[in-house]
Design a protein around this ligand. Structure first.
Ligand SMILES: [Mg+2]
Length: 374
């Protein structure tokens, strides 16, 4: 049995509400999210699904580049290969597109990695979590994503509190006064909720100090994620040294190679894992290195639909994360494109059927499929 073909399907999925971060829109009702689904088919007719959720304002890969990277380059590593050879396929992918400093087209490679795990799980009759050593949690608790202005976030946060959410990830924009108003508003709306701030690189080590002065006494803030630009490891070090609030890294960390540098510079308190940027295999390497260094992990996503979302459920079910996972596709997307996903309030059930354990609704793929102009 060999991999026979690789299909790459570009999709646009509508947003039911706007989602803005410091670097621009993630999506809005008039700005659908861009997704790439990958379908790996074997000579026996078994199928593995993967998803990439490119967002070039967050990281350089585009919908077009993920599409051509997989179709023109990575599929070479796959076709004719035994799908059980995930390690070998990763090595082939690294030969075809070299890692330079960090992974090299990480989103495209992660989509392939997810699809291979789905496929191998189905071939072995085991859910993905079992391939990783078995789940230690039957449910993954979810954080609520809060993005907006001080006058729009309070009601929405209270509504989500009512649905069972206890952790609120708030997008801040880099303006000290406005961000302080946002944090204060959220804190008053859900006084017993945990608050996880994400600046998406909007601050400098200097300007963040001004915000920290105002919010450091708020005990329910669990961390500030990625305050400074992706490359600013020295800025992170200076902040970590002084901040009473723990500092988490996201855009500065795609692989265990990035993590060893961050650790050696004392540039983080926490890190954010995402299958979108590191796939399953590299996420496990990051997690192991973090454990050895005494760094705790958080889980997040890129507003993926059902495939990426479910892959994250499997991965996170094998880990102890310090906060509910920020997997917010169900909050924002009109459709998750899969059947069999069980979400109860603020928690998602880890599937136990083979592979991802959810069924891709191929009729819906056709509904949301778009034609790329290359
Ligand atoms: Mg982030």
């Amino acid at each position: 049995m060999r991999i026979k073909e690789v299909e790459v399907i570009p999709l646009k999925i509508p947003f039911v509400r706007p989602f803005k971060i410091s670097r621009g829109y993630v999506g809005a009702p008039e700005k659908p999210g861009e997704h790439i689904y990958i379908k790996i088919v074997t000579s026996d007719g078994e199928v593995g699904w993967g998803e990439a959720r490119p967002m070039p304002t967050w990281m350089y890969e585009t919908m077009e580049s993920v599409y051509t990277t997989i179709r023109k380059y990575l599929s070479e590593a796959l076709v004719g290969e035994d799908p059980y050879n995930i390690i070998k396929i990763h090595r082939k992918m690294e030969k075809i597109i070299a890692p330079a400093v960090t992974i090299g087209q990480p989103f495209a490679k992660s989509a392939v990695d997810i699809a291979l795990h789905d496929l191998v799980g189905k071939l072995m009759g085991a859910p993905i979590h079992r391939l990783l050593g078995g789940k230690i949690h039957d449910y993954v608790e979810l954080s609520a994503l809060i993005s907006g202005t001080p006058d729009t976030i309070a009601d929405y946060a209270r509504e989500l509190w009512g649905k069972g959410y206890r952790c609120f990830k708030l997008k801040i924009m880099g303006d000290v006064e406005e961000d302080y108003k946002l944090v204060k508003t959220l804190n008053e709306a859900v006084p017993e909720g945990l608050i996880w701030l994400d600046a998406n690189q909007a601050y400098t080590s200097y300007s963040l100090r001004l915000l920290l002065r105002k919010i450091s006494s708020m005990e329910n803030i669990i961390c500030i994620e990625q305050p400074v630009p992706t490359f600013d490891f020295h800025g992170l070090s200076r902040i970590v040294e002084k901040s009473a609030i723990p500092i988490a890294v996201d855009e500065s960390l795609f692989s265990h190679y990035d993590l060893i540098k961050l650790i050696s510079m004392n540039a983080l308190d926490l890190l954010v894992l995402k299958v979108a940027k590191s796939g399953i295999r590299t996420s496990l390497k990051i997690y192991a290195l973090a454990e050895a260094a005494g760094i705790s992990c958080m889980g997040s996503g890129m507003t993926e639909s059902g495939v990426g979302f479910t892959a994250a459920l499997h991965l996170f079910s094998t880990m102890d994360l310090v906060a509910p996972a920020d997997l917010n596709g169900p909050q924002f997307l009109k459709d998750m494109l899969v059947k069999g996903l069980v979400i109860e309030g603020a928690r998602a059930k880890v599937p136990d059927r083979p592979g991802l354990g959810v069924e891709i609704d191929e009729r819906k793929l056709e509904e949301y499929r778009v034609k790329l102009r290359l």
